[in-house]
Design a binder for this molecule. Structure first.
Ligand SMILES: NC(=O)c1ccc[n+]([C@@H]2O[C@H](COP(=O)([O-])OP(=O)(O)OC[C@H]3O[C@@H](n4cnc5c(N)ncnc54)[C@H](OP(=O)(O)O)[C@@H]3O)[C@@H](O)[C@H]2O)c1
Length: 215
């Protein structure tokens, strides 16, 4: 089966790192900021030369699966028409320096990804690729044999969408670890001991078990 075309919204630190990893994994990769493609062309040609810079509208329309790598506080600026019916991987986190001191996104009642899912009501959101820093993502991808590779945790409500996201995580060079629901994705957000985790599947599972008890 052909690999899905990956789209990335956000051409900053995380977006360009993921573009580099996904092209290395053999995925056709399209990337956009909110500006015209020409504004990121040079950056992409240097940091992820095999990826294609397009407009956000083109990326959402042409990609099969889209990764959100933009500031969380801008989620309502996401070009959502083209995302209808698609799996969307939400890698966004609340970060006060960027998103403001009023954290309305991630609360005791909901994970930020549940808000994103509400906004992208015609898409299927999976929380993924949010808890590891972009340097670690770049440095750790593909390192180690089975059981020694670093793990990425995913959370979602739709089995098929989570499986598709897990396949991408595996192809990027990480072992996937899957939580039962998008709501459980709260334990992957800033302020938890999972946030920033750069661990193998086995040690990550221990941290997860501990965090789940606090929910
Ligand atoms: N940095 C990390 O290590 C890391 C790791 C995991 C998760 N994250 C999360 O990933 C997200 C991005 O972080 P970052 O560090 O990569 O930020 P960044 O370097 O500031 O990049 C953000 C990118 O998003 C673009 N953008 C803004 N609005 C957009 C829209 N509506 N459509 C498409 N692109 C848009 C920005 O470009 P324009 O403003 O020019 O449009 C910029 O290219 C954040 O939510 C962060 O919490 C970051």
């Amino acid at each position: 089966m052909n690999k899905p075309v990956i789209g990335i919204l956000g051409a900053g630190k995380l977006g360009t790192t993921l573009a580099k990893l996904s092209t290395k994994a053999g995925y056709q990769t399209l990337i956009a900021s909110s500006k015209p493609a020409a504004k990121i062309q040079l950056t992409i040609s240097v940091l992820a030369p095999k990826a294609t810079a397009l407009s956000a509208q083109e990326v959402t329309r042409q990609a099969d699966i889209v990764i959100l790598a933009l500031p969380l506080s801008k989620y309502k600026t996401i070009e959502k028409t083209g995302l209808a019916g698609k799996v969307v991987l939400d890698a966004m986190n609340y970060w006060w320096e960027v998103d403001g001191t009023d954290n309305i996104y991630t609360t005791k009642d909901h994970s930020s990804s549940e808000l994103v899912q509400q906004y992208l009501s015609k898409s299927t959101v999976v929380k993924a690729l949010n808890h590891m820093g972009y340097h670690d993502l770049e440095d750790e991808a593909g390192n180690g044999k089975d059981g020694q590779r670093k793990a990425i945790t995913l959370a979602g409500d739709d089995f098929k969408a989570v499986a598709a996201a897990a396949k991408i995580v595996t192809d990027l060079g990480f072992d996937p670890l899957i939580l039962d629901s998008l709501a459980q994705g709260r334990i992957l957000e800033p302020g938890t001991s999972l946030f920033g985790a750069d661990e193998t599947q086995k040690s990550l599972q221990k941290i997860i078990d501990n965090e789940l008890q606090k929910l």
